[in-house]
Design a protein around this ligand. Structure first.
Ligand code: ADP
Ligand code: MG
Length: 316
């Protein structure tokens, strides 16, 4: 499957929209308001957003469980509308809800799933998959007797039976205890290392931070951020000082370039610095050395939580 496509993207969404029609119980809801998102092959991307943001709607459209209202979606360069079979075989989805048939054994469940995807018996990797998700010992127990974390891992294995190049996990660790969460993270990382493109949704910042190299943030059905994690995190180690000085200026003094100095008003400077390496005192010293007397000062700090809140507030 990898050779068939020349597109650099594993998933491509263009102006994707979903409106849930009004019902007796609820008014019409615009769950997705025109999402444009391109996920590179081989990458590991987190789709972050609060409850109700539209994450599951987006995932379920890819899974073929929700019918989009408009826009286009491609998986591995296959249109979900016109190349449905190919697009489906390119993706494995671990849905948010645990929907395992409790009376089958993990072994049997994986076998049934492989059958559904038309994987020939000789190519099935049931034992291997159970091994990687740490369920070899449970292979012949009924799913009913598995813990929540084990079921979640079984769902991951189930999504992988047809060896798709793209794996999508919707809130993979919701309700999974800390220890198992780590094991699941390690496994997902390993899959990515071996070449699988991963998209996961989460409302845990920590999870996005730990796992992903790119973070997209969705809120109220709109994409409010989409950038490499490092860029987003750089904003973390960043503080701003607003310093009012005694002289009028028309340009920010070049001597303060080191602190990304910009002019906020004719007498107000905005300076940015990494608090892990620089103190506010050093920044103020530099301002005084540049020939200014400091009249007033205020500071502002951003962390990922803040960035997230800022971005999600704006769109709400
Ligand atoms: P998330 O996964 O980010 O929590 P969802 O995609 O589940 O968000 O939900 C987005 C919005 O769409 C919410 O307002 C939710 O109530 C609504 N919604 C989700 N599924 C349905 C549905 N089947 N019918 C009507 N509204 C829905
Ligand atoms: Mg959801």
């Amino acid at each position: 499957m990898q050779q068939n496509s020349t597109s650099p993207y594993a998933i491509e969404l263009n102006d994707l929209r979903k409106t849930y029609k009004a019902s007796k119980k609820a008014p019409e809801i615009q769950a997705l308001k025109g999402i444009n998102l391109a996920i590179e092959k081989g990458s590991m991307v987190a789709l972050l957003g609060p409850n109700g943001a539209g994450k599951s709607t987006l995932i379920n459209i890819l899974a073929g469980l929700v019918i989009k209202t408009s826009g286009t979606a491609k998986i591995w360069d296959y249109s979900i509308d016109t190349e449905t079979r190919m697009s489906k075989s390119a993706i494995g989805i671990v849905p948010q809800e645990l929907n395992l048939d409790a009376f089958f054994t993990p072994e049997r469940l994986l076998d049934i799933q492989a059958g559904l995807y038309g994987v020939p018996k000789a190519e099935r990797r049931t034992a291997e998959l159970l091994e990687v998700v740490g369920l070899s010992k449970q292979a012949k127990l009924t799913a009913r007797s598995l813990s929540g974390g084990m079921r979640r891992r079984l769902m991951v294995a189930k999504a992988m039976v047809h060896n798709p190049p793209v794996l999508v996990l919707d809130e993979p660790t919701a309700g999974v205890d800390v220890e198992l969460r780590r094991a699941l993270w390690d496994y997902v990382k390993e899959l990515n290392r071996r070449g699988t493109t991963i998209l996961l949704t989460t409302h845990y910042l920590e999870e996005a931070e730990e796992l992903c190299d790119r973070i997209a943030i969705i809120n109220g059905g709109q994409l409010v951020a989409d950038e490499p994690k490092d860029t987003l995190l750089k904003r973390l180690d960043s503080k701003e000082l607003l310093i009012t000085v005694d002289k009028d200026m028309t340009d920010a003094p070049t001597t303060l370039q080191q602190y990304h100095c910009s002019l906020k008003g004719s007498r107000q400077l905005c300076l940015r610095y990494p608090p892990s390496r620089v103190t506010a005192g050093q920044v103020m010293d530099a301002v005084q050395k540049a020939g200014f007397t400091i009249i007033d000062i205020s500071s502002r700090e951003a962390d990922l939580e803040d960035i997230f809140l800022q971005l999600t507030k704006r769109a709400a």
